[in-house]
Ligand binder design. Structure first.
Ligand SMILES: Cc1cc2nc3c(=O)[nH]c(=O)nc-3n(C[C@H](O)[C@H](O)[C@H](O)COP(=O)(O)O)c2cc1C
Length: 182
């Protein structure tokens, strides 16, 4: 089974989760990087608010892996103004993701799941196997607290990957039954 972790990050929290998931599930990793660099604070914060509010699609650099080549895709976003990151709208404009097995994750400063709700709605033409949200793992004061969150994310991801593998096995079984019917 081919697994991809597709994510974006500004300050590294979502990246830390993405890496923990990729390590645990032996996945390829693609990071979506915006062309116009922005900070999380100051005037840039206002620019990002405009971008999100007016549903602008920021430019992104080409990335390594085509999600359509994968059986299971973990897609991860930082929460921005209760939405998923706008770089994904840029991506979805070019690449239609449908009929895949998908699991969604996000990081935010609160435990709000609103961004994941919108993400799930956007990706409703795929099978969504699960979702995971955590609060800013790398901003924890103690390393062990960061580790705890990342371990939890990795355990969640392993469960999803096991479930996806079983589904694929079952689908293959059904397919063969159809093909080899006497
Ligand atoms: C522009 C901007 C908007 C944000 N809006 C929210 C929000 O609405 N809700 C929330 O919980 N966190 C919000 N945050 C905090 C981030 O979601 C949080 O710090 C996240 O872990 C950042 O991920 P990253 O380090 O991978 O960039 C916002 C951060 C930025 C930069």
């Amino acid at each position: 089974m081919k697994v991809l972790v597709l994510y974006t990050t500004l300050d590294g929290n979502t990246e830390a989760v993405a890496e923990a998931i990729a390590k645990k599930t032996d996945a390829d990793v693609s990071k979506i990087v915006r062309v116009s660099k922005r900070h999380a604070y100051g005037i840039d914060r206002f620019r990002l608010w405009l971008e999100v509010t007016f549903k602008r699609h920021p430019g992104i650099f080409p990335f390594k892996h085509d999600p359509r080549d994968y059986d299971l895709i973990f897609i991860g976003t930082p929460v921005w103004f209760d939405r998923y990151n706008p770089v994904f709208d840029t991506l979805f404009e070019v690449i239609k993701i449908y009929d895949r097995k998908i699991a969604l994750f996000s990081t935010g400063e609160t435990d709000s799941q609103k961004a994941l709700d919108k993400f799930a709605k956007k990706l409703q033409d795929s099978v969504i196997l699960g979702r995971y949200h955590c609060i800013e793992p790398i901003f924890e004061d103690k390393d062990e607290d960061t580790e705890k969150i990342l371990d939890e994310a990795a355990t969640w991801a392993k469960g999803i990957a096991d479930e996806a593998a079983k589904m694929i096995e079952q689908e293959e079984f059904e397919r063969r039954k159809t093909i080899f019917k006497p």
